[in-house]
Design a protein around this ligand. Structure first.
Ligand code: SAM
Length: 287
């Protein structure tokens, strides 16, 4: 997940930091399409991951009820705070999105006394042109927060977008696809060339919309144990499901579970729908 390119000084004097995935969006129509993909945000809190120089933030502020930018780079966070000092609906937190706690992201800022009364936790929308060095961690964190997030529009490396949106049986389907699709409906919206960014990355980028729709109840699976099961099922791509599972489950029980789900004994996890994977999981829990 590399999105690096030549070192280039910005108009505002700060050098982009490749180690922080700093490829800034410089295509205004792409920025507009990304924000539009969030839908009507006039009543929504929007968390932006890595606002950078504000290409998306500038468009979010006039449209959203509240914008919370989480920026890891100290210099950029300070610049953003300065730029938006007169805008009452934006806060910039200098923080790492992967480790920041949700309440500290959306928690009420110091203000009038009535603001301190406990409030119903609101759901938020998330948007971000992601730093590619840490895409998987950020996507997994978004999924962990599925109870708090309604929709996420994220730019990722094109190949990662293909994996996340892939269907079972296709070349790209794997653990990341299954895990994301367990929690969200995935739409691949559009793809941008390297020239849409400064400095240009070495890869194409695609925008995904994840609409949270957790399937845990429908599939009758418990979140933590089923995710651990998916990791095991997809542990080695070239191995059959039986061989990936047999370190942890009885061989006869695995074969019975596959048969009951109508699956061939030599099937691979990459070929099976989430419904069938969940059926095998449930059968093995009882075994
Ligand atoms: N949103 C801007 C744009 O579209 O031009 C910047 C996008 S740039 C690809 C990624 C941004 O994420 C950078 O500003 C970088 O400093 C920031 N970043 C990197 N790692 C981060 C993290 N763990 N948490 C929050 N922001 C991060």
């Amino acid at each position: 997940m590399v999105k690096t390119a030549s070192k280039k000084t910005s108009a505002n004097g700060a050098n982009p930091k490749p180690r922080l995935g700093q490829n800034f969006l410089v295509d205004p129509s792409a920025a507009r399409r990304i924000v539009e993909a969030l839908g009507d945000i006039s009543n929504r809190i929007v968390i932006e991951i890595g606002p950078g120089r504000g290409a998306l933030t500038d468009l979010l502020i006039p449209q959203a009820k509240r914008v919370i930018g989480i920026e890891l780079d100290r210099v950029l966070a300070a610049q953003l705070r300065m730029n938006y000092a007169t805008k009452p609906n934006v806060e910039i937190l200098e923080s790492d999105f992967v480790t920041a706690q949700f309440p500290s992201m959306v928690g009420r800022r110091p203000g009038p006394l009535h603001d301190l009364r406990p409030t119903q936790p609101e759901t938020v929308d998330v948007v971000g042109n992601l730093p590619y060095y840490i895409t998987s961690d950020i996507v997994l964190r978004i999924l962990e927060l599925h109870r708090n997030i309604e929709r996420a529009v994220i730019m990722v490396q094109r190949e990662v977008a293909d994996r996340i949106s892939a269907q079972p049986g296709s070349r790209d389907y794997g653990l990341l696809s299954a895990t994301v699709q367990l929690f969200a409906r995935v739409e691949k919206l559009f793809t941008l060339p390297p020239g849409a960014f400064s400095p240009p990355p070495e890869v194409h980028s695609s925008v995904l919309r994840l609409t949270m729709a957790p399937r845990l109840e429908e599939l009758q699976v418990e979140e933590v144990t089923f995710i651990a099961f998916l990791k095991l099922a997809f542990a080695q791509k070239r191995k059959t499901l039986v061989n990936n599972l047999r370190g942890q489950y009885d061989l006869a029980a695995i074969r019975t579970a596959l048969k009951a789900a109508g699956l061939r004994p030599d099937v691979r996890a990459e070929a099976i729908s989430l419904e069938k994977t969940a059926a095998v999981f449930r059968a093995l829990q009882g075994a």
